[in-house]
Design a protein around this ligand. Structure first.
Ligand code: NAP
Length: 319
């Protein structure tokens, strides 16, 4: 008998799970949603199942809870209150923020519990479904649930990674930095290239992609300390000041991003061998208000008085 699956939360992740399950031959019963339009849209995409209500979940062997993190505890409580617990069924969530503790009441009600966090940014359901193939899926197995979690991960094309304990909020903060932080950084990079001018948009996008991919590859191969390059690694305070001044004048929204990330780069540069004196000079430049009066917003200490950087203001480095 095919596994009967129900999904609570017809959003990006829930619908992507539905698409993967249907392709794998799982019997998708349907979706429980808050808005009928979202449920209908998920059903249309998946081509199977029907609109479900919480009591219908008793028919499912596996229930995937893919609602927002803020809603998850209340939705689980509502499902239990609706008498939706089928003994020995597996209830799992897709949240990065929560561990198994959020499912403790479900376990006490005789359900198997687990987590399957696809470590993938889901811009929408179809893009996310494609991106899951070959990406990691972090499993949180409860008693007796690891085999089924692995099967579900395989249906989605996810490579299973088991997480035992650990600080889930920190884990999720790392995921958000890696995915959403990189997206925000890319938007800032695009804005600064656009303000610089002289490049066709496609060419500028190509430069951004190439630099970011190569930097990431160097981090993978060498680790971030050895991978760091550029003016901060060289202790070139003059170039850093030139960057701060032109960003303050032309793209002020990107300046806090630049200041925060270059301050983090100074710490890496020190680990890579940059001396204490040039490191202090860089920190001072990054903490100083720009000539146009844009103050730092990084929480860095403000220097009392800043001598001009050694060597004046050389042209910016290309890396
Ligand atoms: N997005 C990602 O990149 C990503 C990656 C990995 C894991 N996750 C995790 O996956 C989960 C879902 O994220 P998502 O991005 O798919 O969110 P989403 O697109 O906002 O989808 C959440 C869905 O849950 C529905 N919902 C909210 N409250 C509900 C309730 N009481 N009953 C039934 N349905 C309800 C929402 O309905 P409405 O349409 O009415 O809002 C929406 O359709 C989260 O735990 C998230 O952390 C997300």
């Amino acid at each position: 008998m095919a596994v009967r699956l129900a999904i609570v939360g017809p959003g990006r992740v829930g619908t992507a799970f539905g698409l993967a399950a249907v392709a794998a031959g799982v019997d998708l019963l349907g979706f429980v949603g808050r808005s009928p339009a979202a449920v209908q849209s998920a059903l249309r995409l998946c081509g199977r199942g029907r609109a479900l209500h919480l009591p219908d979940l008793t028919a499912a062997h596996v229930v995937v809870f893919a609602v927002g993190d803020g809603e998850l505890p209340a939705v689980l409580a509502a499902a239990l209150a609706a008498g939706a617990a089928r003994p020995c069924a597996l209830w799992l969530h897709t949240s990065g923020r929560f561990g198994l503790e959020v499912l403790a009441t479900a376990a006490a009600a005789g359900l198997r519990i687990g987590g399957l966090h696809p470590v993938v940014p889901f811009a929408d359901a179809e893009q996310g479904r494609a991106a899951m193939r070959g990406a990691p899926g972090v499993l949180l197995p409860g008693p007796g649930s690891e085999g089924l979690l692995r099967t579900l991960a395989a249906h989605c094309g996810l490579v299973p990674v088991v997480m035992h304990g650990g600080d889930r909020a920190l884990y999720h903060a790392a995921c958000a930095l890696a995915a959403n932080g990189l997206t925000a950084l890319r938007a800032a990079v695009d804005a600064v290239f656009a303000a610089a001018g002289g490049l066709a948009p496609a060419a500028a996008a190509g430069l951004a992609s190439s630099l970011m991919r190569n930097a990431l590859q160097a981090c993978d191969e060498l680790g971030p300390v050895a991978a760091l390059s550029g003016p901060v690694r060289r202790g070139d305070a003059g170039t850093v000041v030139a960057h701060v001044e032109t960003l303050a004048a032309n793209v002020p929204a990107a300046l806090p991003v630049y200041r925060a990330l270059m301050a983090a780069a100074v710490a890496l540069a020190e680990q890579a061998g940059l001396g204490a004196e040039p490191a202090a000079a860089l920190r001072a430049r990054l903490a100083a208000p720009a000539a146009g009066g844009v103050p730092p917003q990084t929480g860095l200490p403000s220097p009392a008085a800043l001598p001009p950087p050694a060597g004046g203001f050389p042209p910016p480095s290309s890396d």
